[in-house]
Design a binder for this molecule. Structure first.
Ligand code: FAD
Length: 280
């Protein structure tokens, strides 16, 4: 029975970045046997929203490696260099690559770990393996596309399964109506509506705006209504102050902060609220 040091569920950007870090730690003598399980048949980054004119919302410098190790093989710059795209990218004068290009970068990085990732397997459950009432290992059960169940054992588990589409309650009864779908499956589903004359896009965020633009840019574009609760489309706040929350030192600081019950904080029912104090 092979026991892994780490099993990662999902092989999106989070776990690819982890795989890279562990690979680079080998140079310091830290040899961790990590294995990943991904339910998609191959690497794809939000494939149904890879729209032609969509760009990254963050700087390419926040790629899988640069912030931790600018000299890593896995930086976006090195990807461009390997693909002979560096000069062309520089000429674009942008920090924000197209989402197609970033998807290709992520796929390139992921391809270095093909021997460490089981694609096409969905993790169904994780079970504790106990010895004398103590959990010593975890048993990870997954099912492949042929319905075959696989079991693997690990000492540590990293769950990076990403987000799930949020479908408001009022749309739930329409789940089986093929005319109504979430942006999460946009490209796949819209292909079934090539000849639609009228389409409504509900929402005011980045994805709604991108879908709206994509529909309008199609040859023989349908009539598109953008329906939103807000008064206007709201761009995501990526101002320097807001972005600081993603700085490594800030996330380390917040993560290490003790959990305290603030003395004067309470809900209207008098229940104390748990707060993580933040002071800079
Ligand atoms: C349209 C769109 C555009 C975005 N653009 C940006 C951007 O420009 N910049 C930015 O920083 N962020 C962006 N994001 C946010 C996005 O969440 C992150 O970019 C990134 O994808 C998060 O990586 P992740 O690995 O945590 O999750 P994901 O990328 O969601 O990857 C999770 C993986 O886990 C797999 N998985 C899930 N459940 C299981 C299971 N049970 N068994 C096996 N595998 C499983 C999934 O198939 C998936 O491949 C965007 C998100 C969307 C939807």
């Amino acid at each position: 029975m092979q026991i892994h040091d780490v099993i990662g569920i999902g092989f999106g950007p989070s776990n690819i970045a982890l795989a890279i870090t562990l690979e680079e730690k080998k140079q310091d003598g830290c040899n961790v046997d990590a294995f990943f399980i991904e339910k998609q048949p191959g690497f794809a980054w939000h494939a149904n929203m890879l729209l032609d004119n969509a760009h990254m919302q963050i700087s390419f410098l926040k790629d899988l490696a640069t912030m931790r190790n600018p000299s890593s093989h896995f930086t976006f710059i090195n990807y461009l260099h390997q693909k002979q795209r560096l000069q062309d990218f520089i000429n674009l004068k942008t920090f924000f690559p197209s989402r197609h290009e970033f998807n290709d970068y992520l796929a390139w990085a992921a391809s270095h770990f093909d021997h460490r990732c089981a694609y096409g397997e969905e993790v169904l459950e994780v079970l504790p393996e106990k010895r004398n009432d103590e959990v010593t290992l975890l048993r990870v059960r997954s099912r492949d596309c042929n319905g075959i169940i696989h079991e693997r054992f690990t000492r540590n588990l990293v769950v990076s399964t990403g987000g799930a589409p949020s479908i408001p309650e009022c749309f739930q009864p329409l789940n089986d109506d093929f005319r109504i779908f979430h942006s999460n499956s946009y490209l796949r589903e819209i292909a079934r509506h090539e000849h639609a004359k009228k389409i409504a896009v509900v929402g005011a965020g980045q994805s709604a705006a991108e879908v709206f633009m994509d529909l309008n840019n199609r040859p023989g574009a349908p009539h598109v209504d953008l329906i939103m609760r807000a008064r206007a489309i709201k761009p995501s706040d990526d101002s320097p102050f807001v972005n600081e929350i993603f700085n490594a030192d800030v996330t380390d600081f917040v993560s290490a902060a003790p959990i305290r019950i603030a003395p004067h904080s309470s809900t209207s029912s008098g229940t104390p609220i748990m707060r993580r104090p933040i002071s800079f």
